[in-house]
Ligand binder design. Structure first.
Ligand code: OSB
Ligand code: MG
Length: 371
């Protein structure tokens, strides 16, 4: 297929509630949406880069820069074979997986539409509903957190992830555990600790947690291996895994027992699938993380999560958990803790273009000079 045109736009989408993690917070997402045009078909995707470099060095602004200066010029006018070819053509760019991923993912959507397949079918997954969870940000008090968790459990979510940081950890999590003795709970530190906190982190072993996610540095594997040795609770890596190579090294070193796969963080769906396959071959469970995506990005996450190695509920919540109104029709729903992947071609949900236009703060189109 020949890439005839590409569009990138930034939309602003206010979250229904502030989402706070150890490194900062978000109240309004600055989301880049990309659109590829080839052979009369369109492919959509979303760039998951955040507003600030607190999770990754990539931001909305760096992604805009790398996409428009270095990535899109390579694809424009090119005759590409499919998503794997797009990934290959962009591989000369060091780092910036989130910027690269959104073009690869748009190509997955485009190709799935051309073949009349749902994204779940195209990646090799199933059309079956998948159990999903919810990630709960830091709250003003433990009481508020317990109320929030109770609400999500009542909605049926199959896993509850609590954000932690030094000063808001063992006692806070214990309050939730005591309120909900049998609940499937885990915690995510977003790199807020060091090995010096080993004893504090080991106190989590008594709280019956599914895992502790990314306790140490965002780019570390070695110290996580040392920490995992002294913890009973499985360590799950998020930030530290940027590729299948990272995943293999992490498993060799014993840095974690579980991996959180986010297509944006690892450079796309192809890379996500390679990490999935590697983990599955070694009996290591994976689950699909989230980056507060709009419905466009969510569609990729739910499709990926239908692969058989995704044995733990992902951070894939209903549109309502994030937005007053999502930008896709229909919105994503969770019924009894399950989400059904859309069955239509490609992402299987329709971006609401009128609404997206209203939310847009800037747009760039290639070839240059077109409207
Ligand atoms: O660490 O998983 C994370 C959101 C933004 C940045 C990092 C993370 C998160 C979440 C939210 O936990 C998951 C979601 O999209 O619901
Ligand atoms: Mg995380």
């Amino acid at each position: 297929m020949k890439i005839d045109a590409v569009e990138v736009r930034e939309i602003r989408l206010p979250l229904r509630e502030r989402f706070e993690i150890s490194s900062g917070y978000s109240e309004e997402r600055r989301i880049l949406l990309v659109r590829l045009h080839a052979d009369g078909e369109t492919g959509w995707a979303e760039c998951v880069a955040g507003e600030d470099p607190g999770y990754s060095y990539e931001t909305t602004e760096t992604a805009w820069h790398v996409l428009s200066q270095f990535l899109i010029p390579v694809l424009l006018g090119a005759e590409v074979e499919g998503p794997a070819d797009v990934e290959r053509r962009l591989s000369h760019v060091r780092g910036h997986p989130m910027a690269r991923a959104c073009l690869e993912m748009a190509c997955w959507d485009l190709e799935a539409r051309r073949r009349g397949l749902s994204l779940a079918e195209a990646v090799g997954g199933s059309g079956d509903p998948v159990p999903v969870g919810v990630s709960v940000g830091l709250q003003k008090s433990d009481g508020l957190l317990v109320d929030k968790v109770g609400g999500f459990l009542a909605e049926g979510y199959r896993k509850i992830k609590l954000k932690i940081k030094p000063g808001r950890d063992v006692e806070m999590v214990r309050a939730v555990r005591e309120a909900f003795p049998g609940a499937p709970l885990m915690v995510d530190a977003n790199s807020a600790y060091t090995l010096a906190d080993r004893d504090r982190l080991a106190q989590m072993d008594d709280l019956d947690l599914l895992m502790i996610e990314q306790p140490l540095a965002w780019d570390d594997l070695h110290e996580h291996a040392r920490l995992q040795q002294s913890l009973e609770t499985p360590v799950c890596l998020d930030e530290s895994i940027r590729s299948a190579g990272d995943a293999e090294l992490a498993l060799e070193l014993g840095s974690c027992r579980i991996i959180n796969i986010k297509p944006g963080r690892v450079g796309g769906l192809g890379s996500s699938r390679r990490i999935h396959d590697l983990c599955r071959a070694r009996g290591v469970p994976v689950w699909c993380g989230g980056m507060l995506e709009s419905g466009v990005g969510r569609a990729f996450n739910i499709a990926l999560a239908t692969l058989p190695g995704f044995t733990i509920p992902g951070d894939i919540s209903a549109s309502r958990r994030y937005w007053e109104r999502d930008i896709v029709d229909p919105e994503f729903e969770v019924v009894d803790g399950m989400m059904t992947p859309p069955s239509g071609p490609g992402i299987g949900v329709a971006p609401d273009e009128r609404r997206i236009d209203k939310l847009t703060v800037r747009v760039a189109r290639w070839p240059r000079g077109r409207g």
